[in-house]
Design a binder for this molecule. Structure first.
Ligand code: GRF
Length: 205
C-alpha cells in the first residue's frame, strides 16, 4: 500500500479530486495517510476531514525553511509517509521547501502547476499566460526539485485561450483539466509505471 501525504494551503480542489479517485478505486493500492496545511484556516483541511482523512495544521510562520522542513518530515513520517517508500503531493502548497526536505523525498514528490512548464513558473501563472498573449495554456504535473516549478515533467494537458478570457475563466478551464491530470499521475506512480531518466520521465507500459 502506497502511503500518501498531501501538502495544501488553500481551497483543496485538487486534494478532493485525488481523494475521490482513490475512493472510487481508480487509484488502487494507495491511501492518503495525512493532509498538512501551513494555513490552519485552509478549506483543504475541512475537505480532508470530510473525507475522513487526518488533517494537520502546521503553521511555522516564524520558522526558517530548514526548521519547517524538519517539522514537515516529522509529521509525514509519524503518519507513515516514509522517504523512499511513500509519496508526497503538493496541491496548492504555498511554501517553498528546504533542500533537505526535497532531497529526502527525491523522486517521490509531485506538484501540479497551472501552466505548460517551463513557461510561466511561479505565482499567478494563468495571469502571466494571458498577459503574454499565448493561444494555448494548460497544466503540468512534475516531480519536485529544489528549484520552484522546475522538476521532470510527468504529464501535461493543453487548453485553448479564448479572446474574451480573463484570469478567472482561463483558471477555471485549466482547473477542470488539473482535476483529471493529477489523479492520473498518482495512479501511474502507484502502479510503478513512472521512471525518471535525468530530466525525462518515461511511462512504462
Ligand atoms: C491549482 O491551480 C494548482 O495548479 C496550483 O494551486 C492551485 C490549487 O488549487 N498549484 P486547489 O487548492 O487544489 O483548489
Amino acid at each position: 500500500m502506497l502511503e500518501i501525504g498531501i501538502l495544501v494551503s488553500g481551497r483543496g480542489s485538487n486534494l478532493e479530486a485525488i481523494l475521490r479517485s482513490i475512493e472510487k478505486g481508480i487509484v488502487k493500492n494507495a491511501r492518503v495517510a495525512v493532509v498538512v496545511s501551513n494555513d490552519p484556516s485552509a478549506r483543504a483541511l475541512r475537505v480532508a476531514r470530510r473525507h475522513g482523512i487526518k488533517a494537520v495544521a502546521l503553521e511555522g510562520a516564524g520558522d526558517s525553511r530548514d526548521v519547517y522542513g524538519d517539522k514537515l518530515s516529522e509529521v509525514l513520517q509519524r503518519n507513515g509517509v516514509e522517504p523512499g517508500k511513500g509519496l508526497v503531493l503538493l496541491a496548492g502548497f504555498m511554501k517553498i521547501l528546504s533542500q533537505s526536505f526535497v532531497d529526502l523525498y527525491e523522486g517521490r514528490m509531485m506538484n501540479i502547476h497551472p501552466a505548460l512548464l517551463p513557461a510561466f513558473p511561479g505565482l499567478r501563472a494563468q495571469k502571466q499566460a494571458l498577459t503574454h498573449g499565448v493561444k494555448v495554456a494548460g497544466c503540468t504535473v512534475h516531480f519536485v526539485v529544489p528549484e520552484v516549478d522546475a522538476g521532470p515533467i510527468i504529464l501535461q494537458k493543453a487548453v485553448p485561450v479564448r479572446d474574451d478570457d480573463d484570469e478567472d475563466s482561463l483558471s477555471a478551464r485549466i482547473l477542470r483539466q488539473e482535476h483529471r491530470l493529477y489523479p492520473l499521475a498518482v495512479k501511474l506512480f502507484a502502479e510503478g509505471r513512472l521512471r525518471i531518466d535525468g530530466r525525462i520521465v518515461r511511462l512504462q507500459a
